[in-house]
Design a protein around this ligand. Structure first.
Ligand code: OSB
Ligand code: MG
Length: 374
């Protein structure tokens, strides 16, 4: 495909309600969107970096500069036919996976449109609907959290994930389990604990959690494997898994029994599919994580979740849980069975509302190929 233009935008969109994790509170998203034009078609990609570099080392600002100064010009001077060529094009740039995924995922979207197939079909997806869960942040009180869980269960969500940290864990799980003894429940610590908390973490076993997500350091496998030996509850790794090799190391070391795959964290569809396949071959189930994406990133998450080994409900939920209005149409909706139906139109399957995008844009840059030096 010939790349005619790469346009990067930053959008400011307030969340309907603040989202609190063990590492901070997000009230407004600063979202980067890449629009790649080719042969009359437009592919879209979303950067999943946070506003601050507290989840991965990337941030909205670091990704902006990386895309504008390095990755965008590299891509603009190539004519990739497949999204799968992007890792090779970007190979000289270390890390910066969320920045890379922004562009790579837009190329996959374009490729699907050029082929006349849905993104799900292009990657070999096998599901017509995907199972959905919700991730609930840290609340200011337990009754407030319980009211939210009640609402999400009534909406049909198949799994409730509770963000936790020291001081917001066993008491919360106890109250939730007392009220709902049989729901599918999990927790996510975003690295809030240390190995010295192992005795405390072992008490989580009493609450029949589907998994404990990333209890220890963001870059660790070894101490998670020590902890997993002491826990009946499966550990799920999120932050630690950046690529297929990480997944293989974690599985080999028994650092986890479940893997959360996030497109941005692993650098885009190519590596996400590689992680999925490696886990599947070793009998490790995966699910798709979320990063408070707009409809663009969400549409990619939905396509990814149709791969065979995405057997657990993901953090892929309805637009209306996050936004007053989403930047795609139709908005992403979840059925009363807690499922999203996979679109079968070419590409990502949700149109971008370009007028709304334009109104929310606070900066915009058109990226060109590096100047040729004779
Ligand atoms: O660890 O899964 C996480 C949001 C921001 C950063 C990290 C995480 C999350 C979520 C939100 O859990 C999932 C969602 O998009 O609903
Ligand atoms: Mg997580």
């Amino acid at each position: 495909m010939r790349i005619d233009a790469i346009i990067l935008r930053e959008l400011h969109i307030p969340l309907l309600r603040p989202f609190e994790t063990s590492f901070g509170v997000t009230r407004q998203r600063r979202i980067l969107l890449a629009e790649i034009q080719s042969e009359g078609l437009t592919g879209w990609g979303e950067c999943t970096a946070g506003e601050r570099p507290f989840f991965s080392g990337e941030s909205t600002d670091s990704a902006w500069q990386m895309i504008v100064n390095e990755l965008g010009p590299m891509l603009a001077s190539e004519s990739p036919d497949h999204g799968g060529e992007c890792p090779q094009i970007f190979r000289q740039v270390r890390g910066n996976r969320m920045a890379k995924a922004t562009l790579e995922n837009a190329i996959w979207d374009l490729e699907a449109q050029l082929e006349g197939v849905s993104l799900s079909q292009l990657i070999g997806g096998v599901r017509e609907v995907i199972p959905c869960g919700v991730s609930l942040g840290i609340y200011s009180s337990i009754p407030e959290l319980l009211a939210t869980i009640e609402k999400e269960l009534a909406a049909g969500y198949q799994r409730i994930k509770l963000k936790c940290k020291p001081g917001w864990d066993v008491e919360v799980f106890d109250r939730v389990r007392n009220r709902w003894p049989a729901i599918t429940l999990s927790c996510d610590a975003n690295s809030a604990y240390k190995l010295r908390d192992a005795d405390h973490l072992v008490t989580f076993d009493a609450f029949d959690l589907l998994m404990i997500e990333q209890p220890l350091w963001h870059d660790d496998f070894y101490y998670h494997s020590m902890l997993q030996k002491r826990l009946n509850t499966p550990i799920c790794l999120d932050e630690s898994i950046h690529n297929r090799r990480d997944a293989l190391a974690a599985i080999e070391m028994e650092s986890c029994r479940i893997i959360n795959i996030k497109l941005g964290r692993v650098g885009g569809f190519s590596e996400a599919i590689a992680v999925h396949n490696a886990a599947q071959e070793r009998g490790i189930p995966v699910w798709c994580g979320g990063m408070l994406e707009s409809g663009v990133g969400r549409s990619h998450n939905i396509a990814l979740s149709t791969l065979e080994n995405f057997t657990l409900p993901g953090d892929v939920s309805a637009s209306a849980r996050y936004w007053r209005e989403d930047i795609v149409e139709p908005e992403i909706t979840v059925s009363s069975a807690g499922e999203i139906a996979i679109p079968d139109t070419p590409g990502r399957g949700y149109e971008v509302r370009t007028d709304l995008v334009e109104r929310l844009t606070v900066r915009k840059e058109t990226i060109r190929a590096f100047e040729m030096v004779a």
